[in-house]
Write a protein that binds this ligand. Structure first.
Ligand code: PBG
Length: 334
């Protein structure tokens, strides 16, 4: 038998799980996970989201149960979305002190004070037309004339302040209006919330991977799309400019969304800004993995863990994922 005389044999370090573990570059732990949850005031029992296997719209008691269970499993934070029973053209339930999110936050803080409550700050779930801002339509309401940036920012600020008043630990604006981080920082400060951090959805792309989420949050736009405010998926340099603006305006943490199709953006953002960086494995990414696994086409655990590791390797400090509880349990079993 002949042997090649090789100085470098990368396989030496792959020869056992112990050696692979010793030289593994990227670690994933339960403390990296953020679990998104949906609270609905329209339902009397948890309701499955058809396009997101394992995800439910929750009632308040079910939300608290889910949050307590997640926290007990080692998940440090949840990201809360609300589904109101009343929608209008001013998104009034987004910033009402008795809105679905505000009430849920108060209940959560009481029941589970150690859990970090992040609230998604957006108007789309609360607008009758499903857009993330104040929208002007033409006469027949089929076409958008404009999304009013500055009027939207005003409502978003009110929403963020009302979340902080209810006890939110972190507010996370996901609307993509210009100037909202600066305005929100100022508004929070003026209301005594100098210490409430802002997690900005800083580089959020207009993505078809949000499809299942819009079923879950009942926030599909009734006309038009989100391309005049969310980013074009072709743009990387622009993503860096968006993040730069949000950092300058006072964002404490920044998010890239979606996750897996945008790993290059996560990498560039982390390298450039060295901010706490969050990746969002969005609904479509989650549902693709789930659907393939349910068909027996891929191995769910291995693929999901590979995706999680990829986010961490790309530079994400934290990962928002609907699979957070499942991933936490797998990590515990390892
Ligand atoms: C609200 C919002 C969306 C998501 C998070 N916040 C939907 C959208 O922008 O249409 C998507 C999350 C997901 O797909 O999991 N603006």
């Amino acid at each position: 038998m002949t042997h090649l005389s090789l100085t470098h044999r990368p396989r030496r370090l792959r020869s056992s799980e112990a050696l692979r573990g010793l030289t593994r570059e990227t670690q994933l732990s339960r403390s990296d996970l953020i679990l998104p949850l949906f609270i609905s005031e329209k339902i009397s029992a948890p309701t499955a989201v058809a396009s997101m296997p394992g995800v439910f719209q929750l009632t308040e008691p079910a939300l608290i149960e889910e949050a307590l269970a997640a926290h007990a499993e080692g998940i440090p934070a949840i990201l809360l979305f609300g589904i109101p029973s009343h929608k209008d053209a001013q998104a009034s339930q987004a910033y009402s002190p008795s809105g679905v999110v505000q009430r849920a936050v108060r209940a959560l803080k009481k029941a589970c004070p150690g859990l970090i409550i992040i609230t998604d700050v957006c108007l789309c779930e609360f607008m009758s037309h499903g857009h993330c801002g104040v929208t002007h339509f033409d006469g027949d309401r089929q076409h958008i004339v404009s999304i009013d940036n500055d009027a939207s920012v005003e409502l978003l600020c009110k929403t963020a302040i009302s979340h902080a008043e209810a006890g939110a630990d972190i507010v996370a604006p996901s609307d993509m209006m210009d100037g909202r981080i600066g305005a929100m920082r100022k508004g929070l400060d003026q209301h005594g919330f100098q210490n409430t951090p802002i997690l900005s959805y800083a580089a959020k792309f207009a993505s078809a991977f949000y499809g299942p989420f819009r079923d879950a949050a009942e926030s599909t736009p009734q006309a038009g799309d989100r391309k005049s405010y969310q980013m074009d998926s072709a743009n990387g340099a622009e993503a860096l400019r968006e993040v730069a603006l949000d950092v300058e305006e006072g964002a404490d943490m920044v998010m890239v969304k979606p996750g897996m199709p945008y790993l290059d953006i996560i990498w560039r953002v982390k390298q450039r800004f060295q901010m706490p960086t969050v990746a969002y494995q969005v609904s479509g990414e989650y549902s693709m993995l789930k659907a393939a696994a349910l068909n027996g086409w891929i191995d769910e655990k291995t693929c999901m863990m590979e995706a999680m590791t990829a986010f961490r390797r790309a530079g994400a400090d934290l990962i928002v994922t609907y699979a957070a509880r499942q991933v936490a349990r797998w990590l515990t079993l390892e």
